[in-house]
Ligand binder design. Sequence first.
Ligand code: NAP
Length: 314
Amino acid sequence: MSKIYDVLIIGAGPAGLSAGIYAGRARLHTLIIEKLRDGGQIVNTAEIENYPGCLEEESGMTLIERMSKQAERFGAEKTYDDIVEVDLSGEIKKIKGTRDEYQGKTVIIATGSSPRPIGCPGEKEYAGKGVSYCATCDGPFFEGLEVYVVGGGDTAVEEALFLTKYAKKVNIVHRRDQLRAAKAIQEKAKANEKIHFIWDSVVEEIKGEGGILNEIVLKNVKTGELKSLKADEGDMTFGLFGFIGFVPQTEIFEGKIEMENGYIKTDENMRTNIPGVFAAGDVRAKSLRQVVTAAADGAIAAVQAEKYLESKEK
Ligand code: NAP
């Protein structure tokens, strides 16, 4: 734990990588620490159509690959480690991972969020055996089969559209009778013959046989009626995709930094209540969680980190 970086960035999604590009370009000695793989949630997205400049088919993966290269090109270093403990209180911030320990004069938290579990019996048991949270990763396994998509937001409806490439029928199970998704996405889904809607319903239980998912029990929230849906004869199984929002990855910051409903509170300059500590992207309390807002947050955080460092030198 010898090196003291100017900027430590936790997370290599659009927010963290954008911060890396700006910090690197400002010639700040920068380290990006990623837990698993670059990209965060966006690599699970097959097609990005609303990030400015993406006109042709652009996947989350290809966009992130370019952002990663760009950050490296400007000199930001990268390492892979799972951060388990932070001490942000002093002038030098200390961050402990399962592999190593890191020190920085500033920290940008860009840890993002993870899929919210459906929270019903059988979900954990059948995760990876029919239950999934990533259409890009697991959609091809359901070629010619039926799938259920839970949720009514942008993610659920976009991913349902993507799943029509593989599945014979895609059922969107939503707890209300109106979608939350953007109108343009709704229109596409409603015009797609493969997509069907099961309104006012939630998943009550997930069941299977021989370790393979083959039944779900839905509850109509208005009538209380329970309905068991089984795999078509001959299919043996079907897919169940949960897209009911995300939970911020902030456990390690609890009690150490000001939060709002589990999200990190910042001002418009991405400053948290701790001097020298910034937050960017989905982990931050804000109204619009998009790649474009995450990238913008990252840029602002890095510029503010630079300003903070300059103020310390004076
Ligand atoms: P979201 O907007 O929070 O929507 C979650 C959906 O799941 C809602 O329809 C909600 O129902 C439902 N839900 C929540 N908890 C539930 C539960 N316990 N049981 C059953 N249903 C439940 O999440 P998201 O769609 O993942 O989107 C997250 C953010 O990313 C949003 O800001 C979204 O705009 C953005 N995003 C944007 C794009 C794009 O611009 N192309 C694509 C993907 C995501 P209610 O509607 O009844 O609350």
